[in-house]
Design a protein around this ligand. Structure first.
Ligand SMILES: Cc1ncc(COP(=O)(O)O)c(C=O)c1O
Length: 392
């Protein structure tokens, strides 16, 4: 018997990138060697000292029981120590930190926490698709903020219709940005706080790529802006900073009422994460951060190699300032999807078509720096053979 899905599930947007994964799978089955730069899955392993901590902690019988519903105090304290050390931001572990099962979970939950049916949320376009999933489940509405090259992929707050600013209850932001690889400075976040205060909008800053800034530029935390805690929260995942995407651990920090709303919904849906994981995560955040410095150097070196190769074959591409993505303008005469299909079918290089991230992603493809420099060079060589670009 097939049971009908609820209306809420039926509202969920189509997983745009499932189609890409399927196409890559088919080509691989045919025996082709595909260079997969389409997804955002870190390719390097979790640093060994963190893995060892989990192994050791898993022997502790205290962790074999249910964990405290809202997470262990030692992890919340580690989060506060991390924010103080990295950003000079002081947080109260009891009221300003929520532990989450990866930030994807939190990004979907937040709409259930704050939005009623018909409420309005401001969303970046292009943007990370899961923001939409939560909004649809909550039966809320969206107003998109275009991110364009002319405005350095930051939303132009002056261009938001006055009515939307009045109605909006929640705004999603994400810097360093997926998919455009843009970064934001303190001035931008200060302006965001001012806007949010004026219009009583809760800001959700998704800081998934918080550790990944290049050329010596440390990405700015939203919470470094004065007054930010009054108007919003930041979500931080261990997935990218410590290559722990499979572990599913993240946290939210900031405004106490929003943190309480996340804790409240989680009281009903989950018991907190395995205690051994929490101990390993606390260790990752508070111990030597050389592994993070090394990771940034690796991505930076891959970026330089890949961008260098693409420019050498005649593709004029901008240099990303953060994340592990490059946001590549497609050559004249192609849509994002046509060009991504061409790269996949003829060069066996998988990239994500920009329109999958929103209307303003049209005209771009996103590539992840998630393979070795040799493979990135090979990708550039395969693209060169298509004969689309001509060297200057
Ligand atoms: C912008 C952004 N936010 C959130 C996430 C989700 O991270 P996780 O659920 O692994 O914490 C990702 C993952 O790709 C991302 O790119």
């Amino acid at each position: 018997m097939d049971f009908p899905f609820s209306d809420a599930l039926k509202r969920l947007p189509e997983q745009f990138f499932a189609g890409l994964v399927h196409k890559v799978g088919l080509l691989e089955k045919e025996g082709h060697d595909i260079i997969k730069l389409g997804q955002g899955n870190p390719d390097l392993p979790t640093p060994q000292h963190i893995v060892e901590k989990l192994k050791e902690a898993s022997d502790n019988p205290a962790y074999h029981k249910y964990s405290p519903f809202r997470g262990f105090d030692f992890l919340k304290q580690a989060v506060c120590d991390f924010y103080d050390r990295e950003y000079g931001v002081k947080l109260d572990p009891a009221t300003e930190v929520a532990i989450m099962f990866g930030s994807k979970t939190g990004l979907v939950e937040i709409s259930q926490c704050l939005l009623n049916p018909g409420d309005l949320a401001l969303l970046p376009d292009p943007g990370y698709p899961d923001y939409m999933s939560g909004i649809e489940l909550a039966q809320a509405r969206t107003s998109f903020m275009p991110l364009t090259a002319e405005n350095e992929f930051l939303p132009d707050y002056d261009a938001i219709p006055a009515r939307d600013l009045e109605e909006a209850k929640l705004m999603f932001l994400n810097y360093p940005n997926n998919p455009t690889a843009a970064t934001a400075d303190q001035k931008f976040f200060d302006k965001t706080v001012e806007l949010a205060k004026k219009h009583k909008i809760c800001v959700l800053h998704d800081f998934a790529y918080g550790a990944l800034g290049f050329d010596g530029e440390k990405p700015q935390s939203f919470l470094q802006s004065e007054g930010s805690k009054e108007v919003g929260i930041e979500m931080y995942t261990l997935s990218k900073t410590y290559n722990m995407a499979g572990w599913r651990i993240a946290f939210a920090v900031g405004n106490a009422s929003v943190i309480e709303s996340i804790n409240l919904i989680q009281d009903h849906i989950y018991v907190s994460l395995f205690g051994g994981m929490q101990e390993a995560a606390a260790y990752a955040l508070t111990t030597d951060q050389k592994c993070v410095e090394e990771l940034v150097r690796t991505y930076e070196s891959r970026r330089d190699a890949f961008i260098g190769h693409l420019r050498a074959i005649g593709w004029d591409v901008p240099e990303p300032k953060g994340t592990f993505f490059v946001w590549l303008p497609v050559p004249h005469g192609f849509t994002s999807e046509e060009f991504a299909d061409l790269l996949l079918e003829k060069a066996h290089v998988a990239v994500a078509p920009g329109n999958g991230f929103g209307e303003y992603g049209e005209g771009y493809v996103r590539a992840g720096l998630l393979d070795t420099e040799e493979r990135l060079l090979e990708a550039a060589k395969r693209i060169e053979k298509l004969g689309i670009f001509s060297k200057a």
